[in-house]
Design a protein around this ligand. Structure first.
Ligand code: PXP
Length: 240
């Protein structure tokens, strides 16, 4: 029994909504439907430029959801304040660059190290589970442990690109597997996310010790064709 939890990232429901400045499609509706369809948690990324999820989305989704809300934030004073106020049960700290299309890589754990330490301490004290989004690197894993994070989420973007391009992914797969193994040994809960599809999540689910997948772009896109409940059910089947 692998028991990998499925976190559904609904950012891109907000992307479609914001493209026309309407109230629909509603991220709240997507969150509730995902919950009903078997998601274990809902992930939203409140970006500095608010390009998809807005502050009002965070507030309403947090108040209506029964499964845990996983809030992704950059390591900034503004986001720390918002996270402390809204108290999401799960928080994932991610790097953020203004011009990027999506989160391009893992955190630089040497940059603003003391601030990272402070954020993690304050969020944990506020009863949020804190995860760090990192590259599949043993060095970053050890640094995450020293920063006292509860979990790490491994950036799977490079691996997923190789799978999508039908290229040899063995080296990247082994790298992720070794990091998962060491993470578990260090007592960190290990998650994985970014770019995951049916195919790449199926391959990665073979790695023992991954506790959670966070999946957004492909899942929301595929839902256009098969519906959100069917897509979530299919992912659940694949990763169980
Ligand atoms: N995990 C983290 C930490 C992310 O930043 C993202 C992208 O926002 C995802 C998972 C989901 O990635 P994707 O949308 O490519 O499935």
């Amino acid at each position: 029994m692998k028991n990998i939890r499925l976190g559904v990232n609904i950012d891109h429901v907000a992307t479609v909504r914001n493209a026309r400045g309407e109230k629909y499609p509603s991220p709240l509706k997507a969150a509730i439907l995902s919950e009903k369809s078997g998601a274990d948690s809902i992930t939203i990324h409140l970006r500095e430029d608010r390009r998809h999820i807005k502050d009002t989305d965070l507030k309403i989704i947090k108040s209506k959801l029964r499964i845990p809300l996983n809030l992704e934030i950059a390591a900034t004073r503004e986001m720390l304040k918002i996270a402390l106020k809204n108290k999401p049960p799960f928080i994932c700290i991610v790097p953020e660059k203004r011009k990027e299309i999506t989160t391009e890589g893992g955190l630089n754990l040497d940059y603003k190290k003391n601030f990272l330490k402070e954020i993690i301490y304050k969020l944990k004290k506020n009863n949020s589970r804190v995860s760090l989004f990192i590259e599949p690197s043993k060095k970053d894993l050890i640094k995450s442990k020293l920063l006292n994070a509860d979990c790490v989420e491994i950036h799977t973007g490079k691996f997923c690109n190789l799978v999508n391009q039908n290229k040899n992914y063995k080296k990247e797969f082994d790298k992720i597997r070794n990091v998962v193994y060491l993470g578990n040994k260090l007592g960190l809960e290990v998650h994985a996310g970014h770019g995951l599809t049916y195919k790449s999540s199926k391959i990665l689910s073979k790695i023992k010790g991954i506790k959670e997948f966070n999946i957004g772009h492909f899942l929301i896109g595929e839902s256009i064709f098969v519906g959100l409940p069917n897509c979530i059910k299919k992912f659940r089947k694949i990763i169980k």
